[in-house]
Ligand binder design. Structure first.
Ligand code: TMP
Length: 200
């Protein structure tokens, strides 16, 4: 087993294939001998469960300040209880969403990105952040019936704009999510393996 304490996150719009791709990536990394684990935000913890019920599936959107604070609190617990312990055991941790989701979704709702960064100061930096890019119009077609308050064209368009800014700043590595599932998976794996080889 290859020991590597590396933290990777996968980001994207709702319905971009992120969860499928993150799980596939973990499976393929394991096959290559890496001790990789899948984790996600909102987390499986109590704050994560509360967020799902209160913020995402409550019918109407709550204040973006409340969202940002709750996601930051959930992230603190996720990092403390899951991510750091796994990294300390030499695992390669792959998170399905992380701090860029707060910057993109709560930033798109009008909050100052600097403030979002401030309340997420505790969140360790990922070593690599991947953005699966799919057009908002495409994800909205895929997301029928609608399941969460975020699943509307206006929100997804604004969210993508913020993600694209982070791609332009070089913080997120963009992967074209319009290709077949296999091609997207291959492209993500190539980026991740390239990164891992450089950071031996
Ligand atoms: P998903 O991970 O199943 O796609 O759903 C989580 C939803 O929560 C998604 O619409 C993005 C949203 N979200 C935020 O708004 N801010 C955050 O910080 C995180 C982690 C998720």
């Amino acid at each position: 087993m290859k020991r590597k304490s590396v933290f990777i996150c996968v980001e994207g719009l709702d319905g971009c294939g992120k969860t499928t791709q993150t799980k596939l990536l973990v499976e393929r990394l394991k096959k290559k001998g890496y001790d990789a684990i899948y984790t996600a935000e909102p987390s499986r913890g109590e704050i994560g469960s509360f967020i799902k019920k209160y913020c995402l599936h409550g019918g109407t959107r709550v204040s973006s300040i409340v969202e940002a604070l709750l996601f930051a609190a959930d992230r603190f617990e996720h990092v403390e209880k899951e991510v750091i312990p796994a990294l300390n055991e030499g695992k390669l941790v792959v998170s399905d969403r992380y701090v860029y989701s707060s910057l993109a979704y709560q930033g798109a709702a009008g909050l100052d990105l600097k403030w979002i960064e401030k309340i997420n100061e505790h969140a360790i930096r990922p070593d690599l952040a991947v953005f699966i890019d799919v057009e908002p119009e495409t994800v909205i077609q895929r997301l029928k019936p609608k399941k969460s308050v975020m699943e509307n064209l206006g929100t997804q368009r604004k969210v993508r704009e913020v993600y694209v800014k982070f791609v332009e700043k070089g913080e997120l590595v963009k992967i074209d999510g319009n290709n077949s599932k296999q091609e997207v998976a291959d492209n993500i794996l190539t980026v991740v393996l390239g990164f891992l080889e450089k950071t031996v």
